[in-house]
Ligand binder design. Structure first.
Ligand SMILES: [Zn+2]
Length: 179
């Protein structure tokens, strides 16, 4: 049997990333997280996922709005929209998938040109903004930003909730995965 070393390495890194999140989450929940813990959390993640991805994800937290989609009387989060102006990306908690160009090209390694046409205009060429080292990645800044958002729970006008009907939730999730 042949081992796929790349997949093996990726799943190992993924486990480490999960562990780092878990550790910091425990510290936050027990109110024992210090400034140093927080620094170490971002530093450890940066060494695994790349500093650029982590800092861009944090930037989204500052600059973008996060809308959580729920069903009535149900605490489960079905999807989250990360938006600014007319640009938006929708992701699902605990699901490593995003329709953004970065995810399609540098995570799934799909050839450019088969990308989604329904992305907001003005997105073309953004891939060139990323440094060479970032052009192979386990996840994208949107998926990572949602993990940060769920963990750090920033309050304020940039976070909102929206209750949808069951059919609307279904359509939303279908739209996220449709290619
Ligand atoms: Zn993305």
């Amino acid at each position: 049997m042949e081992f796929d070393l790349e997949n093996l390495a990726n799943s190992f890194v993924q486990q480490l990333v999960d562990q780092i999140f878990e550790n910091y989450k425990n510290q936050v929940e027990s109110n024992s997280a210090t400034r140093e813990d927080r620094g170490k959390f971002f530093c450890d993640l940066s060494s695994l996922l790349g500093r650029e991805l982590v800092s861009r994800a944090l930037h989204l937290l500052d600059e973008h709005s996060f809308t959580y989609f729920y069903l009535k009387n149900n605490p489960h989060i079905y999807a989250v929209e990360i938006s600014k102006g007319t640009e938006y990306f929708r992701v699902i908690p605990k699901v490593n998938y995003c329709k953004c160009e970065f995810f399609q090209c540098y995570v799934l390694k799909l050839p450019r040109g088969v990308l989604y046409q329904d992305l907001p205009s003005g997105q073309a060429g953004i891939l060139e903004d990323w440094s060479e080292e970032s052009r192979e990645s386990l996840t994208c800044h949107h998926v990572l930003a949602l993990r940060f958002h769920l963990l750090l729970k920033p309050k304020g006008r940039k976070t909102s909730e929206q209750v949808l009907k069951r059919e609307e939730i279904k359509e939303l999730q279908r739209e996220i995965f449709r290619d």
